[in-house]
Ligand binder design. Structure first.
Ligand SMILES: Nc1ncnc2c1ncn2[C@@H]1O[C@H](COP(=O)(O)OP(=O)(O)OP(=O)(O)O)[C@@H](O)[C@H]1O
Ligand code: SF4
Ligand SMILES: [Mg+2]
Length: 344
């Protein structure tokens, strides 16, 4: 497959949950790509649709959810495939790490065997070779004494270690794309940083692409090339991470950035919050989904969904009737947010 082709391209994708009296729109008009060997951050508050987006890509959305649009994975149209072929193809191309390792790991099966079995499921390799591959991966993710740990059960490991084991399991099929959906949210801050650093190192070393999903902008700062901001099931801003951090144009992104703690704030500075609640699925606003919480909302904001526009950098897009002015310097956050300079 050509190196120029993005590993993932979602075009006009939408997700609807069947419900009475009418279906509920969880995601609408989702458009984005993930280039090879790059990392995309997907951020947004709880309920924005982040996990539904990931599950729809993976083909594991609940049966009540209808996914429309186009999803191209490594140049292949997923919806043009038979369900069985699609599941096998996705399983080989994409690895995923979820928030809670306890719901992903079987408590009654030794961790090494769980990793090795995933390998045998997708590749016809002998048991000994699968075991060896699993041990190597346990070593890669920083598990000491991987030969012994192969036979340990999940309860023998701490939360951070379990998440490392899940990362090892997600890598067993040599995926081209690794998706981490709030993979570190349940961990304490120090362990969170270790696991995030591990994810980034592995992504760079293995030349994979990665999608880092988080409600926390600090997690994606410095670890991603591009960022996609989801609000109420819509992409409201999308572009190079450093550009979006330096020059947010959508007012929701600005509010999210203003709610982040900064190193240069005096101690005891009260953190800003975003007043109000995200829209409920059953009661979405007619116009901009952020209108009920936006201080700049005017007439059209309440009636018309804003179109996506492009900033001075054509890769930077945002959907706002009255976008923030383009600035030249650090606008909302100070401090580096480029890849390699991490906020957390
Ligand atoms: N199986 C389901 N049935 C009905 N509604 C669902 C289902 N799964 C998710 N939803 C709804 O879809 C919306 C998006 O949920 P999703 O889990 O994708 O949010 P999220 O952005 O991942 O939030 P969080 O940060 O809390 O994980 C929410 O309003 C949620 O209540
Ligand atoms: S479209 Fe209107 S309501 Fe929505 S973010 Fe922009 S100014 Fe605020
Ligand atoms: Mg989620």
């Amino acid at each position: 497959m050509s190196e120029d082709l993005p590993i993932l391209a979602c075009r006009d994708m939408s997700c609807q949950i069947s419900a009475r009296p009418k279906a509920l729109d969880v995601l609408q008009n989702i458009d984005f790509t993930v280039a090879r060997h790059t990392a995309l951050g997907i951020v947004g508050e709880s309920g924005a649709g982040k996990s539904m987006l990931v599950k729809s890509i993976m083909g594991i959305a609940p049966a009540s959810v209808r996914v429309n649009g186009q999803i191209m994975l490594d140049g292949q149209d997923l919806f043009a495939m038979k369900p069985r072929d699609r599941a096998r193809f996705i399983g080989r191309k994409v690895g995923i790490v979820f928030q809670n390792p306890m719901t992903s790991l079987n408590p009654y099966v030794p961790v090494g065997r769980q990793i090795a079995e995933a390998c045998r499921q997708h590749f016809d390799v002998p048991r000994d070779e699968a075991r060896q591959r699993a041990i190597e991966l346990l070593r890669t993710v920083g598990i000491a004494d991987p030969e012994d740990c192969y036979d340990y059960y999940p309860h023998h490991f701490s939360g951070g270690m379990k998440q490392r084991i899940m990362i090892a399991a997600s890598l067993i099929c040599h995926p081209d794309l690794l998706i981490a959906d709030e993979a570190t949210t349940a961990l304490d801050v120090t362990v969170q940083k270790e696991v995030l650093d591990l994810l980034q190192t592995i992504q760079e070393q293995r030349q994979m692409s990665m999608i880092l999903v988080s409600h926390n902008l600090g997690v994606v700062a410095g670890r991603t090339d591009e960022i996609l901001v989801l609000y109420g099931g819509h992409v409201v801003e999308y572009g190079p991470t450093s550009e979006v951090f330096r020059n947010p144009r959508h007012r929701y992104t600005e509010a999210l950035l203003s709610a982040m703690p900064h190193m240069d704030q005096p101690t005891h500075t009260r953190l800003r919050t975003i007043a109000g609640q995200p829209p409920s699925l059953a009661n979405k606003p007619a116009g901009c989904p952020f209108a009920p919480r936006c201080g700049a909302a005017e007439g059209p904001c309440h009636t018309t969904m804003p179109d996506m526009r492009t900033g001075t950098d054509s890769r930077h897009r945002f959907a706002c009737h009255f976008p923030l002015e383009q600035t030249v310097g650090p606008a909302v956050v100070s401090g580096a947010t480029d890849r390699g300079a991490r906020a957390q």
